[in-house]
Write a protein that binds this ligand. Structure first.
Ligand SMILES: Cc1cc2nc3c(=O)[nH]c(=O)nc-3n(C[C@H](O)[C@H](O)[C@H](O)COP(=O)(O)O)c2cc1C
Length: 208
């Protein structure tokens, strides 16, 4: 992976080039891993970083199922689209990122002393569902970067039957969003293939 022509920040507090590569420019959506198991405390550490990313009103609707047991792992793989199954089987650890339909039950944590927020979300299930989904996806982005910051590699998977996985594995009130196949980076080819193009700043940013 070439890093030539990447912008170099001059800010004293910015992450150095190695960190930028580990989090973004050299990190791939990996299929192959080195086979070592991923300890539970690695996932907890990544969670404890990702939880600080901003969310709407600090609502934090992301939840995570760690499919550690054989039965839980099998349920995740069974819900996946057939093309994704052999890829998921190669990941030492499967996580399911989900949203909590009742994230407002925890308002004393995320908005202490503001009981009115509970009523606002309780009385508007449509708005709540929309925020649960968008907030969980936003936090998933933080989690992906946090897992990489812990030295792990991963591939996200949206190709699976959400209703089936919700029925077979999800705790009450949690709705599955994205599966993550997680492991330690492979020493050689991570089987993610040639990296596909990225939208350049000239196309993606408009300064008005
Ligand atoms: C929300 C989401 C859903 C995805 N779904 C799938 C999937 O079902 N199967 C798959 O093989 N890859 C899936 N991917 C992986 C993307 O194809 C991959 O991240 C993208 O091509 C960039 O690859 P790179 O990180 O190696 O550059 C998904 C990624 C995201 C973020």
């Amino acid at each position: 992976m070439t890093t030539a022509n990447l912008p170099q920040s001059t800010a004293a507090f910015s992450l150095d080039q190695d960190a930028r590569e580990a989090l973004f420019t050299a990190a791939r959506s990996a299929i192959a891993f080195d086979g070592r198991e991923v300890d539970a405390d690695m996932v907890t550490r990544a969670w404890d970083l990702a939880k600080f990313g901003p969310t709407s009103n600090n609502t934090q609707p992301l939840r995570l199922v760690v499919a550690r047991s054989e039965a839980a792992r099998a349920a995740v793989i069974e819900a996946a689209m057939p093309l994704n199954r052999p890829k998921l089987e190669q990941a030492p650890l499967l996580l399911v990122a989900a949203h909590d339909d009742r994230f407002h039950d925890h308002h004393e944590t995320w908005a202490p002393g503001m009981p009115a927020v509970f009523d606002r979300f309780e009385s508007n299930p449509e708005m709540r569902a929309s925020l649960a989904h968008s907030g969980a996806m936003l936090q998933l982005g933080y989690l992906i970067v946090a897992l990489r910051a812990e030295g792990l590699a991963l591939r996200p998977y949206g190709g699976f039957d959400k209703a089936a996985l919700d029925a077979s594995l999800m705790p009450e009130g949690w709705g599955s969003e994205v599966i993550l196949g997680v492991g330690w980076p492979a020493s050689g080819d991570d089987r993610s293939g040639e990296r596909r193009g990225r939208i350049p700043a000239g196309l993606g940013i408009r300064e008005l």
